[in-house]
Design a protein around this ligand. Structure first.
Ligand SMILES: Nc1ccn([C@@H]2O[C@H](COP(=O)(O)O)[C@@H](O)[C@H]2O)c(=O)n1
Ligand SMILES: C[C@@]1(CO)OP(=O)(O)OP(=O)(O)OC[C@H]1O
Length: 167
């Protein structure tokens, strides 16, 4: 039987984001303010973790990407809390008939150490995606001092999302 007539109930999505670390900005990841000498540069609050997850769920649903939905040329998104963008993306994903199954993400961050902040980030993401925290997994890795990420010039995030169509 053709997949077009009877598509599988599961879809995967992948997301990636990177932002530069600069002075005089707050470091916000997963909606958590992390005390550090630098923060991420961006049009919004530059929450690279939430942006990668937003792109993963949008990608899974075939809904383009965060920059197309929320352009960085639009003043309404300046300084925007990225949790609002994530919740807005979820509404679009749900309107397309999908729910979030689980999320797995890796934050590539030479400094600061993030492990103690991950549970709070998971709580925010779970609440915003209307799932329990057991559906969200986050990992932090250094870049072993290699390259621009290893020199602490920025933070990057890779995320995958499993979406399903409720039967
Ligand atoms: N920003 C980070 C980076 C890493 N961690 C924790 O350290 C462990 C070892 O990281 P390596 O990159 O050296 O493999 C990692 O598994 C995390 O638990 C962290 O908390 N914050
Ligand atoms: C979130 C948006 C919108 O404010 O801007 P930035 O904070 O610069 O982040 P980016 O990861 O470049 O993604 C898309 C944007 O349009």
């Amino acid at each position: 039987m053709s997949n077009e007539i009877n598509p599988p109930p599961f879809r995967i999505g992948q997301g990636y984001d990177v932002h530069a670390l600069v002075a005089d900005r707050k470091l916000i990841l997963g909606g958590v303010h992390i005390p550090f000498a630098k923060g991420l540069l961006g049009h919004s609050d530059a929450d690279a973790l939430l942006h990668a997850i937003t792109d993963a769920i949008l990608g899974g649903a075939g809904l383009n990407d965060i920059g197309q939905l929320f352009p960085d040329t639009d003043p309404q998104y300046q300084g925007m809390d990225s949790r609002i963008l994530l919740r807005s993306a979820l509404q679009k994903v749900q309107a397309a008939g999908f729910q979030v199954g689980n999320i797995d993400a890796t934050i590539i961050c030479q400094q600061p150490k993030l492990a103690t902040y991950l549970p709070e980030m998971i709580g925010h993401i779970a609440a915003d995606l209307a799932v329990t925290p057991s559906h969200i997994n986050l990992k932090a890795k250094t870049n072993e001092s290699l390259g621009h990420l290893g020199r602490g010039e920025g933070i990057a995030v890779h995320a995958v999302a499993l979406l399903y169509k409720p039967s």
